[in-house]
Design a binder for this molecule. Sequence first.
Ligand code: IMP
Length: 549
Amino acid sequence: MPIANGDSNTNGATVNRQVDTLDWRKAVEVLQEYDARDGLDVYSLLDGKKNGALTYNDFLVLPGYIGFAANEVTLDSPVTKRISLKTPLLSSPMDTVTEENMAIHMALLGGLGVIHNNCSADDQADMVRKVKRYENGFISEPVVLSPKTTVGEAKELRDRWGFGGFPVTETGKLRSKLIGIITTRDIQFHPRPDDPVTEVMSKDLITAPAGTTLQEANAVLRDSRKGKLPIVDGNGNLISLLSRSDLLKNLNFPLASKMPQSKQLIAAAAIGTRPDDKNRLQKLVDAGLDVVILDSSQGNSMYMIEMVKYTKEKYPQVDVIAGNVVTREQAASLIAAGADGLRIGMGSGSACITQEVMAVGRPQAAAVFSVASFAAKFGVPCIADGGIQNIGHIVKGLAMGASTVMMGGLLAGTTESPGTSFVNREGKLVKAYRGMGSIDAMEDKKAGGGAKDSKAQNAGTARYFSEGDRLLVAQGVSGAVLDRGSVTKFVPYLLAGLQHSLQDIGCKSLVELREEVINGTVRFELRTVSAQAEGNVHGLDSFDKKLYA
Ligand code: IMP
């Protein structure tokens, strides 16, 4: 791309140097020298006086130079001062998004799932414990049958779960004596559905002791040619189960977020800032918590600052993410208090009506850039929280300086979120999703429940209401999102998309992206309303929007 003598730059100056090379960087340097670079640098883009406060749909990133393959792009990024993730994605602490199953899978995929606190402290601690105890390949909560379960019931369970191998214990529960195992073959052609499973189960059991490693268990499974391997303690009680098919699927999580010493998955959970939350925190720490998110919709408060200081002092081993914030002033308080990470966003969530009701908040791109560029000076990583509807939004959040991105609505429709999918009135498969400030969620808090219908007494956060409130003022809505299948497919799709996007931008890593945004190499363009329309599918009579295959 030689730049010809006499070309004019955008400022009317004349470029008088001949570049007789096709090297992209050199060409860019010359353009820079003559102040003739195309597009806007991030500061001009986010100049609020000129452009107003922008959010993700208001701008685009201009393409750079592709000098590497998309799969060479690395996405490692810090979530706190001490902890880095290989996948810069988090699931929100919401009761329709993150319980143990989501937390385990997000961590296996290299991200982090933040367990919600709309339940009792004991229930939440239990979930943290399950994340910490999770061993890849071992099923820690298998479906267990009792001696009284009938063959007919076992067949129903097989149809519901899609597999037919169940251990049978004396009480029908885990941690009780294992007495047999049934397989699809045992029940398939059995003529009397009312017979108990004890009639057909196999009692000739091959088991492995607690503490068996995956490799050892794998070898036993291979030699025994069985589909399931029960793991038992010294008294013959069932502890967990290993399944041959799961083993093949599960072994492959090379990005998994693990603590370096223990090699256990990283566990993160949210708490509020009320005095009661200190007891909750103690239980979570006892359960092995690594990262605590102090959850408040307006994080610049004396309660938050006190809680950051308290946590840092009492539990130095736990990383503290404070928030939410959208301004530098808010961020400054929390950084000064000692926060290891910040969460940015107010009113941008898909189920959120905060900006409408409270008249406070900030468009998300402006908020992320303002806070993240400030926090970077103190080495404090930021999470862009809320408003993510597609891969493009993730890229833009990261380009604005966030180290990671948090999603609620986008992950609520996956198999790993709490609850089950249902068919709505239009015949679409959907899953419930609600803001934590919706009346539904707040009433559950008051009642001591949560989406999981916990019977707890000591529930919930004060994110959106205080104990003394006589009237609940909603800051969120409750609804449903489309079913998306498993995060084990969806998150890899997001990651592959991110790698392709960074390749187009010309950055090989997120570190490079952040640097090149700040030094002006990565350029942007504002998007008018008609440009937005042009950038979406248009002019088609109908179309099928399949996102990945
Ligand atoms: P989403 O990914 O756009 O659905 O946004 C998720 C984020 O919305 C969460 O991580 C919270 O920060 C925020 N949020 C959750 N519930 C509410 C609410 O009821 N009102 C306002 N914001 C909420």
